[in-house]
Design a protein around this ligand. Sequence first.
Ligand SMILES: *Cc1c(COP(=O)(O)O)cnc(C)c1O
Length: 411
Amino acid sequence: MTLPDIEALDAADPLSDLRHRFSLPAGKIYLDGNSLGALPKAAMARVEEVVRKEWGHDLISSWNSNDWINLPVTVGEKIAGLVGAAPGQVISCDTVSINLFKLIVTALQLQEGRRVILTQEDNFPTDLYMTEGVGGLLGQQRCTTRTVPADQLLAAMDTDVALLLLTQVNFRDGRLHDIAAITRAAHAKGILVLWDLAHSAGVVPLELDRWQVDMAVGCGYKFLNGGPGAPGFLYLAEKHQNQVNQPLSGWLGHAEPFAFEPGYRPARGVVRYLGGTPGILGLAALDASLDVFAGLDMNQIRAKSSAMTAVFIDGVRSNPICADCQVLTPLAAERRGSQVSLAHPQAYGVAQALIEAGVVVDFRAPDIVRFGFSPLYNSYRDVAAALQQLLRILAEAEYLQARFATRARVT
Ligand SMILES: *Cc1c(COP(=O)(O)O)cnc(C)c1O
C-alpha cells in the first residue's frame, strides 16, 4: 500500500478521534495493547480523584458514599454490555486465574458424575495450570484434565467430559475460535463451556447470552485498558446461578457480610463469586477506562481491527525482505483476533530492535514476534510505520546486534 492509501484509510476511519482520549507516549507506536492496554486520560483523572478525595478525605465512608462496595457489580455491568450479557451475570473481581478456579470447580459441581476437563494443548498456560491445581486438590477421581490439539477437540467430546475450557483467541498465533459453533457442539454432548476471553473482550464482538455460553472469564488490562493488574471479570449464565457454592467462600460473597455470622451463607446471584475486599484503585481505573467504549459499536471496532491486521499481513507477505518471517496468524480475517504473530528464527532480536526503534511489540517463546493492534488508539499510519521499521530491521539484519541478545525477565 502506498502512503496516500494509508492516509485515506485514516481519513475514512470513524474511530480515529478516539486516540485523543488516551495518553500515548510521543515518538512511540504502541502495538502491545493485547498485553497492557494504553492509558485512558479519564482513568488518570479518576484515580487521582479516588486517591485524593475519596480515600484522602472521605475515607471509610466512601464504601457507602462513593459506592465502593458496589464497584465490582457496576464495572461488571459495563463489561456485560461489551460481551452480550444481560444484567446480573458479570462481576469484575480478582485475576483471570482465580476466576478460572472458581468457575472450574463450579462446573464440576454442576456436572456430577463427569470428571474430565477438556482443553486445548496450546491454551494459555494459566488455564492449564489452574486445571492441574483443581485436579490436585479434588483428586483424579473427580477431576482429570484432557488436553488435545485444536483439531481434535470435537472428537474428544465424550460423556465423561464435564467442562470444555477454551480461550477464544490464542495468545501465540492469534487464531480465533467460533464460540457459537463449539458451544453448540459441546452442549449436544451435555458438556458445559468456559470461555477465556482475555484477548477478545473489547475487540471482538461477543454474544454470550445468545450463544448460550455457560461461563466466561476475561482480562481487565488488555483490550479493556484497565491498567496493570486491573481486576478481571467472570460471567456465569443466570440459569447456573444459585445452584452450588463457590469454593473461595470469602466474606464479601456472603449474603450479609456485615451480619458477621460465623457460618457461610452465600449471596444470591453472581455476587456470590466475590471473595475478599476489592482493590478500589484498580477497579476505579477500569471503571473509567470502560467509558471509552460508551456508545461504540463493537462491529465497527472489529471492522477496523480486521482491516489493520490485513494491511499488516499483506505488507509482510508481499515483501521479499520478509521471506524469513512466517505469518502464524490465520489469513482469513474472521479466523483471527486483533494481533499478528510472525515466527522468525531471531524473533527475540527482531522484537528488541523494533522496541528500540519505537515500535513496541512483544516476544513469545520460542520464536514469535506479536503485533497487537488496538482499534481505539492505533491508526493505519501506525500499521504502516511498524511495517516500515520491520522491513528496515530485516534488511539490515539489525536483529543480530549483540545488544538485542540479553533477555529481560518479562518478555
Ligand atoms: C493474559 C491472559 C490471562 C491472564 O491471567 P491473569 O490471572 O489475569 O494474570 C489468562 N488467560 C489468557 C488467555 C490470557 O491471555
